[in-house]
Design a protein around this ligand. Structure first.
Ligand code: ATP
Length: 380
């Protein structure tokens, strides 16, 4: 349909980028990117009119967003990008489909599918993306790619980690050489942090972290952390805990990436950790949890370790953020107690009828007391 609208205006339209890769991998897609050789905003506007939905144009980028049938469509005018200096934000000019694909990061992300009527569904693959997808390889399109945009170093490792792909031999060499030339520190920090945020959202974040380590960018990104077998074990335990939590409490599923980050920042000095959280624009509750962790963790750990009765476990953990509790579970000697709290103690219910006549704080206290009585009696 986009193809037909585009043709009506004398343009050609293509599906491009990550969506083509994901379709070829048999994944579901919700964010769908198109490019138009012509005025993408006009095509988006006509599409939105036809479906009676809103459209959001961004004239300075030549792009527009339209939501249709649960799909988020982005239409962009094909463009070429040139980098005034390495790592800088690129200069943008309109160009052909081929040039638009040539500015992209990896062969598997640089394929297009025609949606025009004369060749609908044809794969356009100038750089061997399909072959690399089959061979499970991440490959850049030209030798200066990583120098031009160092964020691609992190993107390469994110895709490799997510998909279980390897870097092609030459790409690996180019990546190592860009890293050793200091590419990461020359790139704008905001863009790097943005990419780290995306990595934190990945299911296979630990694999990505392992790749950061392998290619020696871990220390550059997380300044102040020292990798140790102990930290690695803790992260692996966290992965098991997250898997457990997802299955046990599907309604509580959350951005687990932040918990990984909290564990990574645990050993850092508080100011350094806070500075990192600011740089990565962590939400305020992540920063709060980090503070609790740095300031209150030791006393919570101590009281939890000493707790014998269920009510004591309950008192140590009540009102603590869930993120903090998952982080605590990475400590072998506390794990079972936190688990007991998450599975049972926090759900103990009392019959409020019993306390008719009480209100406000008095009622609250009576309820808490009764809860603790129940958990000590029933579970002891
Ligand atoms: P994801 O599944 O993580 O959303 P994606 O491939 O859709 O992956 P986006 O960040 O949405 O990733 O980017 C869309 C497309 O834009 C990519 O597929 C790639 O072709 C191109 N692209 C994104 N970032 C860069 C970059 N730094 N350098 C070159 N091309 C890029």
């Amino acid at each position: 349909e986009i193809g037909i609208i585009a043709e009506g205006l004398g343009f050609k339209a293509y599906l491009v980028g990550g969506v083509v890769r994901d379709i070829l991998l048999g994944k579901e897609v919700w964010d769908v990117d198109f490019v138009v050789e012509g005025d993408a905003i006009k095509v988006a506007e006509l599409l939105a009119q036809k479906h009676k939905v809103e459209f959001h144009p961004f004239p300075e980028f030549g792009t527009a967003h339209v939501k249709v049938k649960g799909l988020k469509l982005e239409l962009a005018t094909t463009r070429r990008e040139t980098y005034p200096h390495p790592g800088a934000y690129p200069l943008v000019e309109y160009a052909s489909l081929r040039e638009d694909l040539l500015r992209r990061d990896f062969t598997i992300n640089a394929m297009a599918v025609s949606v025009n009527s004369q060749d609908f569904g044809t794969l356009i693959d100038y750089f061997g993306g399909l072959r690399d997808l089959k061979d499970r390889l991440i490959r850049v399109l030209h030798p200066l790619s990583f120098v031009e945009d160092p964020v691609r170093i992190l993107r390469a490792l994110r895709f490799a980690g997510r998909l279980g792909f390897k870097l092609s031999k030459s790409t690996e060499r180019l990546l190592r050489s860009a890293v050793s030339l200091g590419a990461i520190s020359s790139a704008p920090k905001g863009r790097i942090m943005n990419e780290v945020r995306l990595a934190l959202r990945e299911e296979r974040f630990l694999e990505i972290l392992e790749l950061y380590r392998k290619y020696q960018i871990l220390a550059e990104i997380f300044k102040g952390i020292t990798w140790s077998p102990k930290l690695e074990k803790k992260l692996l335990r966290l992965r098991d805990i997250i898997t457990w939590h997802k299955i046990e409490f599907p309604k509580e599923v959350m951005d687990y990436g932040w918990v990984y980050l909290l564990v990574l920042l645990e050993e850092m000095k508080e100011e350094e950790g806070m500075a990192f959280l600011r740089d990565i624009s962590a939400p305020s509750w992540v920063r709060e949890t980090y503070k609790i962790m740095k300031r209150g963790s030791k006393s919570t750990e101590k009281s939890l370790l000493e707790a014998k009765r269920n009510s004591e476990v309950y008192l140590s953990l009540k009102n603590k953020p869930l993120y903090f509790l998952l982080m605590l579970m990475t400590k072998e000697n506390l794990k079972e107690k936190v688990k007991l709290y998450l599975e049972k103690l926090r759900f103990v219910k009392v019959n409020v009828e019993k306390f008719r006549g009480l209100s406000g704080r008095e009622l609250g206290e009576a309820i808490e007391k009764e809860k603790m009585k129940i958990m000590d009696e029933a579970l002891e």
